[in-house]
Design a protein around this ligand. Structure first.
Ligand SMILES: [Zn+2]
Length: 646
């Protein structure tokens, strides 16, 4: 998933209200197809895969557009230990109407107690020879994983749109399943949607509309439940290379195809780095603006936010990121959400390598510096909020929402740990190791300890000095950043610092600043560094008033010169509007409100709302905007904003 910078406030919110322990923790001791011994404790699933494990699912669902419900059945194929007789599946607010074996005989079943976010276990008593079970069910209206988008909220504003977001533990709200990342299964599906609409899944996909509205799908490579995905709407397809293409609303298709023109190159470069792309096709579906995240790495079909369609190809790293998940995450999966950094830290590192290869080192150095600064800020905020425990790479999310682990720590502390290892052992040794790691663990899972063991065995044990310098346990189990973490540098961004200094001390007038060749990353850094000077964190009130007066003047002048308030790039808009609110520059309030209403990506919403609520006037205006905007937000975003407004 591509979603960094979750606000520490929303982390606190989830932590505070969701301290509920998931009851059915089990020690898995069964085996998976790849013959790895199953020994995972998953605190976020009720299921019992050590005894009975789902190996295949056959879904048959109808999309009921008028009531926002999915209705039908799923047949699960099981691999079970001889004496096991009760299958346990995860469900969340599903209405189960019948459970049968393959001969149509009704099986005894019941739902256990339901708990917030975890849902309820579904117990099914099997006969001795029952290897397949059919569960007839429907979702509630507006199930947690499903976003039903009304025509005005889409890009083309003509037709409805549906998409799912199953990560981390939302798959259970639309399919009864063993909702634990270590459990992998293949699937087939038959989906009935509105005639004229396309339906798409994380599987083989149609490229043309079928007038009957009935589509069949097959995913013959094992995946985890969080990668189950479904979307439907008026969607067109455009091929971009041998095995890749874009799906989008018709009015968005050409813009998206232009933006992602380098997709085939990315797939080829990624393959050269860490082994052949294993998932046959790689397509991207551009979703309506309400998608709360940047992207979701659903196998064969990445879901992407339209906020990366900036018209300047400045956010294509999102595709590099989601593509990299085809190795780290989808192929080699975190055993539980406590090991989330194995998915995201590896993916951010891999993304960095792809971007460096395609666009050069100076470009990627800028991205690294921006990420490092975000990480330091996140760690400081978490410390202030008493959440230092969550700054360890190995998390302990037992009893909590796995989304609590969605912070810069997993993504960037994880990434910088891998950069640190690369530096110690040298690029060649490191790349050889990673190639071997992906190959050896393909279609399987690892926890942090499995990874460390493999790292030592295959790499660090070869040289005691490497092992000493790696300092792996402090990176894994220590809080914050270890002392040996090295801050990245970027000469490009050093130029920006110099320019800001010269401007603020009056050496250069605004129209004399040399910003030629600036990319959106230069500008992002420019706005953030300016913010650090204009709104120092610990300024005394009296000084602050003087600074604020100057700040408003400065922002007015800068906006006139660079027109930040009217740019199409959401990264720049977010930083600029946040800074504007902080210093009290209100001339661009209409553009700020328009931005908050038109996008739903949480990463961009939260900083602005958080800045607004700091003043009584801002809070009133934040509440008014949210009233207008919330209909277009996914529940994931709406809940986070509501909490800030309280
Ligand atoms: Zn990701």
């Amino acid at each position: 998933m591509f979603q960094k910078s979750i606000s520490s406030l929303s982390v606190l919110f989830f932590s505070a209200i969701l301290l509920i322990t998931c009851q059915n923790e089990k020690k898995y001791v069964g085996t998976q197809k790849n013959s790895k011994i199953f020994s995972v404790e998953d605190p976020h699933s009720y299921s019992n895969p050590s005894k009975i494990r789902v190996t295949h699912m056959d879904l048959n669902l109808e999309i009921l557009w008028s009531t926002h419900i999915l209705k039908g059945f799923v047949t699960v194929t099981l691999d079970k230990n001889e004496n096991a007789d009760t299958l346990i599946l995860d469900t969340r607010q599903l209405k189960i109407s019948a459970v049968q074996n393959i001969s149509g005989k009704a099986l005894n079943y019941w739902l256990g107690d339901s708990k917030a976010i975890f849902g309820a276990p579904l117990y099914i008593v099997l006969g001795k020879d029952d290897k397949k079970v059919k569960i007839v069910y429907e979702t509630i209206a507006n199930a947690a994983a499903l976003q039903w988008v009304s025509p005005p909220q889409t890009h083309d504003k003509k037709e409805e749109f549906l998409y799912s977001q199953s990560q981390a533990i939302l798959a259970r709200s639309w399919v009864p399943c063993q909702d634990a990342p270590a459990v992998k299964f293949t699937y087939t599906a038959k989906i009935k949607t509105k005639p004229g609409y396309l339906a798409l899944m994380s599987a083989t996909n149609p490229q043309e509309v079928n007038e009957s509205g009935i589509y069949t799908f097959e995913m013959d490579q094992p995946i985890s439940s969080y990668l189950l995905a479904l979307s439907s709407g008026e969607i067109s397809f455009k091929a971009l290379g041998n095995n890749c293409g874009i799906y989008a609303e018709p009015g968005m298709l050409e813009k998206a195809a232009w933006e992602f023109a380098d997709m085939q190159k990315m797939i080829d470069e990624a393959g050269k780095l860490y082994g052949t792309y294993m998932w046959k096709r790689y397509d991207v579906l551009v979703l309506p603006p309400s998608f709360p995240f940047g992207g979701m790495e659903n196998p064969r079909l990445t879901f992407a936010t339209p906020t990366v369609i900036t018209g300047d190809r400045s956010q294509v790293s999102l595709i590099a990121h989601e593509l990299a998940h085809s190795w780290s995450g989808n192929l080699v999966t975190n055993a539980t959400w406590n090991d989330f950094w194995l998915n995201e830290g590896f993916t951010n590192y891999f993304e960095q390598r792809i971007m460096e290869k395609l666009y050069g080192k100076p470009y990627d150095e800028m991205r690294q510096v921006l990420a490092w600064n975000d990480l330091e800020k996140t760690i400081a905020e978490m410390k202030a909020d008493g959440l230092l425990g969550d700054t360890k790479l190995k998390l302990n999310l037992k009893g909590r929402d796995p989304d609590d682990g969605l912070s810069d720590v997993a993504y960037d502390k994880g990434r910088f740990f891998l950069c640190h290892l690369e530096k110690i052992v040298g690029k060649k040794n490191w790349d050889d190791f990673l190639n071997k790691y992906f190959k050896a663990n393909a279609f399987s899972y690892n926890n942090t300890e499995d990874f460390l063991k493999y790292l030592n065995q295959e790499l660090l044990d070869k040289n005691p000095e490497w092992k000493r310098l790696a300092n792996a346990s402090e990176w894994m189990y220590g809080e914050g950043l270890p002392k040996d973490a090295v801050k990245p540098v970027s000469r490009e961004l050093d130029k920006v610092d110099l320019l800001i200094t010269n401007y603020l001390n009056g050496t250069l007038k605004i129209d004399r600043l040399d910003t030629s060749g600036f990319t959106s990353h230069h500008w992002q850094y420019f706005i953030r560094q300016l913010g650090k000077k204009l709104v120092p964190e610990n300024s005394m009130n009296s000084i602050k008033i003087v600074i604020e007066l100057n700040s408003i003047y400065i922002l007015t002048e800068i906006d006139k010169q660079y027109k930040f308030s009217n740019r199409g790039n959401a990264e720049i808009c977010c930083d600029w509007f946040t800074l504007s609110v902080k210093v009290g520059y209100t001339q661009n309030r209409p553009q700020t409100e328009k931005f908050l209403v038109s996008i739903g990506r949480r990463k961009f919403l939260m900083p602005i709302y958080e800045a607004l609520v700091k003043t009584p006037e801002g809070k009133i205006s934040a509440k008014q905007v949210f009233e207008k905007a919330k209909i277009g937000y996914h529940s994931v975003s709406a809940i986070s904003v509501e909490e800030v407004l309280k």
